[in-house]
Design a protein around this ligand. Structure first.
Ligand code: AP5
Length: 304
């Protein structure tokens, strides 16, 4: 089910049915990628599942020219000296701890966390047509076809300014290829490696706080108070039966995705406690930043 994603340098409309387009002024924030300096963005699909939602994303941002004209000069100088922000991908089987580690990473490094699953669940919760369709695939543990909300999120100014942490995307060769074609190249690809029995236990014990978005586990990360415990919810796909389907989908796709990022992949033992897992990730990110500050240019990751 091909998703036609056109990010052309012209303002020609996409010949396919186009679900959204973005005027030049809203898509022109800085990018090293020639493809992202384009003046017209359109996404289309011959069998689209999810469409873009510009109303609450780029379209509400003032043009960069406006921002710069209002900014004092010293801010511009500071921005010029600022090192390029980190761009990280985190991957792993269902319940391997991606979301948990992302909380810790964003707390320390201020990256924008972009979680494919969260974006899709937001569609489901909103009760939209796209969400309804997405849910049918999520319930079967399959990949939602043509989901493009991730690209939209990565293009927002905060992700550009602060760097991003992409969680659960890409999950297939076609998604990885599309990202590359758009110029989204990570500095580091973190792979959390967790034993299968542990994954099932983590899934069935997982609970979410709808107020803070925090991830809990009844045994490993219990809620801090009775009040929080009372409001915790469980994901509709967090059953033993469904996690097995999700695992199968993961195994079918993971090698192809890894092949795209093998030179920058760091495999982390995710069976340890969440703080120990974070300590490893933290040391790799620290090193990456040090290299960047030293201006070593290439950021080849150290293998774990
Ligand atoms: P998604 O929401 O991404 O689910 P997932 O990949 O199955 O991963 P999870 O969110 O279940 O787990 P996690 O690794 O974040 O673990 P967590 O930190 O919560 O995707 C859901 C669905 O959306 C997919 O099945 C698919 O249908 C669709 N989808 C998503 N991305 C897509 C894409 N790119 N393309 C198409 N479709 C897509 O931890 C789990 C539990 O373990 C928690 O309770 C936590 O407290 C606990 N825990 C975490 N770490 C530790 C630790 N070190 N020790 C002990 N307990 C721990």
């Amino acid at each position: 089910m091909a998703c036609i994603v056109n990010f052309s340098a012209t303002t020609q409309p996409n010949p396919q049915p186009c679900f959204a387009s973005l005027p030049a002024s809203t898509s022109s924030h800085r990018s090293k990628s020639p493809k992202l300096q384009s003046s017209h963005l359109s996404f289309a699909s011959n069998n689209s599942r999810l469409s873009l939602r510009y109303d609450r994303t780029l379209a509400v941002s003032p043009p960069r020219e406006t921002l710069l004209s209002k900014a004092p000069n010293f801010m511009i100088v500071a921005a010029a000296n600022k090192p390029e922000p980190l761009k990280i991908m985190i991957s792993g089987a269902p319940a391997s701890g991606k979301g948990t580690q992302c909380e810790l990473i964003t707390q320390k490094y201020g990256l924008v966390h972009v979680a494919a699953g969260d974006l899709l669940r937001a569609e489901v919760a909103a009760g939209s047509e796209n969400g309804r369709r997405a849910k049918q695939f999520m319930e079967k543990g399959q990949l939602v076809p043509d989901e493009i909300v991730v690209m939209e999120r990565l293009l927002q100014p905060d992700a550009h300014e602060n760097g991003w942490l992409l969680d659960g995307y890409p999950r297939s060769l076609s998604q990885a290829t599309a990202l590359k074609e758009f110029g989204f190249e990570p500095d580091l690809f973190i792979l959390l490696d967790v034993a299968e029995d542990t994954l099932v236990e983590r899934v069935v014990g997982r609970r979410l706080d709808p107020v803070t978005g925090k991830i809990y586990h009844l045994k490993y990360s219990p809620p801090e108070t009775e009040e929080i415990a009372a409001r915790l919810t469980q994901r509709f796909d967090d059953t033993e039966e469904k996690v097995k389907l999700r695992l199968r989908t993961h195994h079918q796709n993971v090698e192809a995705v890894l092949s795209m990022y093998k030179d920058i992949t760091v495999k982390v033992n995710g069976n340890l406690s969440k703080n120990d897992v974070f300590a490893k990730i933290d040391s790799v990110l620290d090193e990456l930043l040090e290299q960047r500050k030293a201006g070593s240019g290439s950021l080849a990751a150290n293998k774990a």
